[in-house]
Design a protein around this ligand. Structure first.
Ligand SMILES: C[S@@+](CC[C@H](N)C(=O)[O-])C[C@H]1O[C@@H](n2cnc3c(N)ncnc32)[C@H](O)[C@@H]1O
Length: 223
């Protein structure tokens, strides 16, 4: 699995790649956990899967944001899974074997994973995730926005993005609909680099603007 070779140094490599934004890997992981706060209260106690969790960077922030969740993680890279914080891993099922996963998740988060999934496998991947949701459960997909030139530059220079094929929001939404899920919202996120950090409080009101560095598709399985 291609991410095995980067597992030891994942955060450091990502820090270097996103440095142009003035931020580091932690900023982007915390931002995504913050986005989930717009949808769920801190008391949310559902069963959650972080699909493509890597070394568990986002998973750690999710657990801090929602201490009562039961959090599992899956990644095809076994070496990445081995590097998940043992305290976090002990509280859920962190695995590279899909057979270990449950089929009753209330929330499945897929953060910057789909662009690593070969296009001919994307439909099946999303359908499989939809099957693992309870009725009323949500699928939240974060992705790079290919329309943003800074994002494209970061992806071009990131060593573990060598296999990346970026997908526009319409493509992601298409997979979600084909899987029988209903799209609740589609938001653009991450607009301001660090020098403009004082403007970040306005970012939620810019979610309609297709210039964000990333985007989110939030969908649910009919109740
Ligand atoms: C850019 S990393 C993102 C890690 C994490 N989600 C985050 O936001 O920090 C992409 C991850 O997707 C994983 N991945 C790639 N293809 C996958 C697939 N088909 N199923 C599950 N994980 C996959 C990689 O092994 C890698 O850990």
């Amino acid at each position: 699995m291609q991410f095995d070779q980067f597992a030891d140094d994942y955060a450091h490599i990502l820090d270097n790649s996103v440095g142009i934004s003035g931020e580091d890997s932690k900023y982007f992981a915390e931002y995504k956990a913050g986005y989930l706060h717009r949808i769920y209260p801190p008391s949310f106690s559902g069963k959650v899967l972080d699909f493509g969790c890597g070394v568990g960077l986002l998973a750690g922030y999710m657990k801090r944001a929602f201490p009562a969740i039961q959090l599992d993680g899956f990644d095809v890279s076994a070496d990445s899974i081995r590097r998940v914080d043992p305290y976090l891993a002990a509280q859920g099922c962190f695995t590279s074997r899909s057979a270990d996963l449950a089929a009753d998740y209330q929330l499945i988060v897929v953060a910057n994973v789909m662009h690593h999934v070969p296009p001919d496998q994307r439909t099946n991947t999303v359908q499989e995730l939809a099957r693992r949701l309870v009725h009323g459960g949500r699928l939240v997909i974060f992705e790079h926005n290919p329309a943003n030139p800074v994002t494209r530059r970061i992806v071009e220079r990131c060593p573990f993005d060598a296999d990346a094929i970026l997908l526009p929001p319409g493509e992601t939404s298409g997979y979600v609909r084909q899987a029988g899920l209903q799209i609740g919202r589609r938001d653009y996120i991450v607009f301001m680099p660090r020098p403009l950090a004082w403007l970040r409080r306005f970012e939620p009101s810019l979610s309609w603007l297709p210039l964000g560095a990333q985007y989110v598709v939030v969908a649910h399985k009919h109740a």
